[in-house]
Write a protein that binds this ligand. Structure first.
Ligand SMILES: [Zn+2]
Ligand SMILES: [Zn+2]
Length: 448
């Protein structure tokens, strides 16, 4: 390491008179962010940031650890918080005490200022966390309402940033820029350059408020595809941490799976006492799948739901039976997984025959997307194994087959009352299944 890197944080050609600051950074103390303060600081030094403002959602719990780790490093940690107010997200910069979420923005801003901080409207035009109280703002006194506005947030769409910039220019509001990164890969994608060197948090705040023409905001919005990919990675990382913390898997489905696993042997013994093989149950579940299709075609949702529930139940039984009787074979498992796809496809096919309403697109489009998303979820995993991309299986993600089939069962059953509900659930399944496929794809491609 050269002397330059040591003193100036890895960027020897950087001017002494400029400070590069990312004003919107989430650590793993935010429920939806993946990287520890240590990893973030290491990354910040690597990419030549001079300061970062830690803005975890509604908490200051990460500040101490961040500051401690940074204390002997050439980087300034500006304490902050991102508060979810009733009117949208507000950044408290230079804030060291916790501020309650859920208040209106006036009360939130007052608390931030009382504590010696400044209040910045975060991504004011980014739905659904946009600023919702413009009608309460007297624009002739806009600077009484908040101290500044975030005009570059690289995690939102360009349109939203453009609107924020127009507003700031119109009223001469002080501005900030930040990445709003929830993982270190996106840290520093947006930042502000201030004139000066070795400024303290207080001096940085003064420089922001001065709105000096030398304050330069820099950054480029992250592409949509990148965003989807990073959301998948962050979901996986944060879930890993949560699972570690809880000592067990979370979620309704894993709860159900565990129960079934415990009951499994009993069901299995029952089956074997009847002298039936696991493969018999697999084939029976496919037969029930056929009945589901027939009853959906007849728009008889009672019987369709009953047989679909039976098919799902048998799907649990065949595996349990195989384990209980020691007949667990690779071929049996293979037959089972292929049969499951048929049962699901038969259900989707049946939905085509229901008089479903159109939301955004014709029901056929959603049904196609749902079927495709479900198959892709399986395919990205199968293809990764087939191409020897991974040695071990990666976690299944938030919406895999059990969640999907149960949602389909609910969609059928609620159709008894109102087919609008059926359609809404199918749309949800279509979106979630494709997102899950993407999430898995991202996880497999990222895996080393
Ligand atoms: Zn936000
Ligand atoms: Zn944020």
């Amino acid at each position: 390491m050269s002397i330059f890197e040591k003193v100036f944080g890895g960027n020897p050609i950087k001017s002494l008179e400029i400070m590069k600051i990312d004003f919107h950074v989430h650590t793993s103390y935010s429920h939806d962010a993946s990287d520890s303060p240590q990893k973030l600081i290491d990354r910040a030094l690597q990419i030549g940031l001079d300061a970062i403002c830690i803005t975890d959602h509604n908490t200051i719990a990460g500040l101490e650890e961040t500051a401690a780790y940074a204390s002997d490093k050439p980087i300034l940690i500006i304490p902050g918080i991102e508060i979810h107010t009733r009117d949208g997200h507000v950044l408290g910069i230079n804030v060291t005490k916790k501020i309650e979420p859920g208040l209106n923005f006036e009360d939130t801003v007052r608390q931030i200022r009382d504590g010696g901080g400044i209040a910045i409207l975060a991504h004011p035009f980014f739905w659904p966390h946009h600023f919702k109280a413009w009608e309460r703002v007297d624009f002739t006194k806009i600077r009484d309402y908040f101290d500044g506005i975030e005009i570059i947030n690289t995690s939102v769409f360009r349109r939203a940033n453009r609107k924020a910039r127009v507003l700031a220019e119109k009223f001469g509001l002080p501005v900030t820029a930040g990445s709003d990164s929830h993982s270190r890969d996106y840290l520093g994608k947006g930042f502000i350059e201030l004139t000066g060197h070795g400024l303290t948090s207080k001096e940085v705040v003064e420089a922001i408020l001065s709105n000096h023409p030398g304050n330069r905001v820099i950054g480029q919005e992250i592409k949509l595809l990148e965003k989807v990919k990073s959301a998948g990675i962050i979901f996986r990382e944060t879930r890993k941490t949560r699972v570690r913390a809880a000592g067990t898997e979370l979620g309704i489905m894993s709860f159900l799976k565990n129960r079934v696993k415990r009951r499994g042997p009993k069901i299995g013994r029952l089956g074997s006492s009847l002298g039936l093989s696991p493969n018999f149950f697999t084939l029976l579940s496919m037969g029930f799948g056929g009945l589901v299709l027939i009853f959906l075609v007849k728009i008889n949702l009672i019987f369709a739901s009953i047989f679909f529930a039976a098919a799902i139940f048998l799907d649990f039984v065949d595996g349990a039976l195989a384990r209980a009787t020691g007949q667990e074979t690779t071929k049996g498992a293979y037959l089972d997984t292929v049969a499951d796809r048929y049962v699901e496809a038969l259900a989707w096919l049946g939905f085509l025959f229901l008089p479903l309403p159109t939301y955004f697109f014709a029901p056929q489009i959603w049904i196609f997307l749902g079927l495709f998303g479900g198959l892709m979820t399986a395919y990205v995993k199968a293809a990764a194994a087939e191409k020897n991309l991974v040695q071990e299986e990666l976690p299944d993600g938030f919406f895999s087959r059990p969640e999907r089939t149960l949602s389909l069962l609910v969609a059928m059953a609620v159709g008894l009352f109102d087919l609008k509900l059926t359609m809404i659930i199918l749309i949800f399944v279509a979106l979630a299944a494709n997102l899950a496929a993407w999430q898995r794809f991202a996880a497999y491609t990222r895996h080393e």
